[in-house]
Design a protein around this ligand. Structure first.
Ligand SMILES: C[S@@+](CC[C@H](N)C(=O)[O-])C[C@H]1O[C@@H](n2cnc3c(N)ncnc32)[C@H](O)[C@@H]1O
Length: 253
């Protein structure tokens, strides 16, 4: 090999190395390996399940169902809360369907930061507000919210009676709370529902492991309300056969 061609070969090798390094940078950038949002997504692994994964078909029909059942569209400046919201796809849908100001509450500060990103991306900045907080000590004044939603969180709260008492304290007279676990709502596409029920019942047949700590009150939900001292007649149990239980609470005007 003469001198010219060996210099040429070295230049080519250097160029190839540079291209490989640039490729690695681009790949880690694109997959969120190094950036802030990528870091948040790694901290909140469940976000994929909610936003694009098997839970994704739940939220729009569930928001639509509750808007219809509780006439939430008629509230011009109403306040909605989602407690234990994680990245709250529910409130993003509710904010699209109504004019309500929506607060997402979760004890997980990473989830609240990631929700802030999703809210901006959805063009709902200021309409859905992430708040870090504990359901057992809600960071809101008495009689504040027109509508309080919570799904899938009550099983994880150490003092569930206190959480129900806090819900009632923050609920505005005339308002409604809808708190529960496991349910997929009544307006979800039947095919999506079938897939989700099959997935959920995987726990019963041993096909899939029940997540740690997932052992909700189920049909005992009204007992929580009774122990929390809520007036009798202000609450009732709503069951979704096999999979879900909701406690509906209405606070009298
Ligand atoms: C299984 S996820 C449910 C997420 C979503 N609501 C859903 O329906 O899929 C439970 C969420 O409750 C939150 N959480 C647990 N204990 C809490 C508490 N004491 N106060 C507020 N949020 C809590 C967790 O951080 C988590 O985001």
């Amino acid at each position: 090999m003469d001198l010219d061609s060996s210099v040429g070969q070295r230049k080519k090798n250097r160029y190839q190395k540079l291209m490989v390094i640039a490729g690695i940078f681009m790949l880690t950038g694109c997959t969120g390996g190094d950036d802030y949002v990528g870091m948040l997504k790694q901290q909140v692994p469940g976000h994929e399940r909610h936003i694009t994964g098997h839970f994704a078909p739940i939220w729009e029909p569930m928001a639509r169902q509750l808007v219809q059942e509780y006439d939430l569209e008629s509230l011009e400046s109403g306040i909605a809360l989602d407690i234990g919201s994680s990245t709250s796809p529910f409130l993003i849908e509710l904010a699209r369907l109504t004019d309500m100001r929506c607060y997402a509450v979760d004890i997980d500060s990473w989830a609240m930061r990631l929700l802030g990103v999703f809210v901006d991306e959805a063009g709902l900045t200021g309409r859905v507000i992430p708040v870090e907080g504990d359901w057992q000590e809600l960071p809101f004044r008495d009689n504040y919210a027109d509508f309080i939603f919570s799904r899938g969180t009550i099983p994880f709260v150490p003092d569930q009676v206190r959480a129900v008492r806090e819900t009632y304290r923050v609920l505005k007279p005339g308002g409604v709370a809808y708190i529960g676990h496991g349910g997929f709502g009544t307006l979800i596409d039947p095919e999506d529902r079938e897939k989700l029920v099959e997935w959920r019942l995987g726990w019963e047949t041993g096909e899939r492991e029940r997540p740690d700590g997932w052992d909700g009150p189920g049909e005992a939900m009204p007992e929580l309300a009774r122990q929390a001292g809520l007036p009798s007649g202000s609450y009732r149990l709503i069951t979704e056969p096999q999979v879900g239980w909701w406690l509906e609470i209405r606070k009298k005007q």
